[in-house]
Design a protein around this ligand. Structure first.
Ligand code: NAD
Length: 350
């Protein structure tokens, strides 16, 4: 089985690549290596015969065409994207370029490749477009996002992902390209770039720096351990029906402040200090357009395809904190040279 993965040097993409290589699939990882792409996350698969890397921009049609032609994938799993909401507020150009134009390029290259395949291979080929629950907008106190929930994105990031989902659907409906879409809730786990809530809190705490919680900390997210997402993606690309969407979520709804408190108590236990890590929590100005609550109904994926998350938040967050405590070799260079924790995404200075 040959799988072309885009964005495989990122957080979720690298978890997926490590997983696919471990089950003996042949993987080509196509990644531009932006600030968020990190080949160190792929050390476990480096040099293995069933793993290849191509540094390329998904907006570069010539390079992408060539990747399709030389690698001859059976499946494409498309994750490459700009992914940080705060950065999209500061400047949306790269989000439109990569998430919208890049997805368009991937769809066109896939269509050209697929239409020239033999009947047998054509019937087998599938492309999975990986998206987010943020396309659905914000929930009130009740309810969950279902696959039929209307799109209502709030941030430049989620608007660009929503646009890319619509392109993917249109390519399936108009050209018959076998595309399936997944919309997943917030992921967490090892190798997560330290601009996102969970790794930022762990690393700031270890540096005895303030733990900035946006607004009142009451915004709710539905957390999924990244390896559970990787397993879901592999299942969806094989078993998912073209033209369908599948929601992916861990049924782990938590307020941000509860996530941060949980991290602090784990650090108190695993890396004790004279004072409690929780004393570092600082409430800061809220993110503009901050969605109140996300919650995913993953029933379709569970009942139609038989997926089930293996981790709950307690087991997953413990593994995650332990991993950061043991893997400074991975995150220290990023904290020193790429992003050291400064506030992003405010309309005016804090
Ligand atoms: P990430 O920011 O960690 O990684 C993105 C990767 O894409 C990086 O390796 C980067 O170098 C690469 N990339 C960016 N622009 C590119 C371009 N023009 N050409 C080629 N490669 C490029 O992102 P992530 O958190 O791993 O998210 C992966 C996908 O999953 C994204 O599509 C995102 O929207 C989606 N998603 C993420 C979450 C989450 O919680 N992180 C949840 C649901 C869905």
């Amino acid at each position: 089985m040959r799988i072309l993965v885009t964005g495989g040097a990122g957080f979720i993409g690298s978890a997926l690549v490590r997983y696919l290589v471990s089950i003996n699939a042949e993987v080509l990882n196509v990644d531009k290596l932006t600030y968020a792409g990190n080949l160190a996350s792929l050390k476990p698969v480096e040099g293995l015969r069933n793993y290849r890397f191509l540094r390329a921009d998904i907006c570069d049609r010539v390079a992408i065409n060539e990747a399709f032609e030389t690698f001859q994938p059976d499946y494409v799993i498309h994750l490459a994207a700009e992914s940080h909401v705060d950065r999209s507020i500061t400047g949306a150009d790269d989000f439109v370029q990569t998430n919208v134009n890049g997805t368009f390029t991937m769809l066109e290259a896939a269509r050209q490749y697929w239409s020239n395949l033999s009947q047998n291979r054509k019937a087998f080929f599938k492309m999975l477009h990986v998206s987010t629950d943020e396309v659905y907008g914000s929930l009130g106190d009740r309810g969950q996002f279902e696959e039929v929930s209307p799109y209502d994105p709030s941030s430049p990031y989620s608007a660009s992902k929503a646009a890319s989902d619509h392109f993917a659907t249109a390519w399936q409906r108009t050209y018959g390209l076998p595309v399936v879409i997944s919309n997943c809730s917030n992921n967490y786990g090892p190798f997560h770039f330290p601009e996102k809530l969970i790794p930022l809190m762990i690393l700031n705490a270890l540096d005895r720096k303030p733990l900035p919680v946006y607004g009142t900390g009451c915004n709710i997210r539905d957390w999924l351990y990244v390896d559970d997402h990787a397993r879901a993606l592999w299942l969806i690309v094989r078993e998912g029906r073209p033209g369908e969407k599948y929601n992916v979520g861990g049924r782990n709804e938590l307020r941000n402040i509860d996530v941060v408190n949980r991290i602090c108590s784990l650090l108190d236990e695993l890396s004790p200090n004279a004072s409690h890590y929780g004393d570092l929590i600082t409430f800061v100005k809220d993110r503009p357009g901050h969605d109140a609550r996300y919650a995913i109904d993953a029933t379709k994926l569970e009942t139609e395809l038989g997926w089930k998350a293996q981790e709950n938040f307690d087991t997953g967050i413990r593994k995650t904190v332990e991993w950061y405590l043991e893997n400074g070799w991975w995150w220290q260079p990023l904290r020193d040279r790429v992003y050291s924790g400064e506030r992003l995404g405010l309309l005016e200075k804090a």
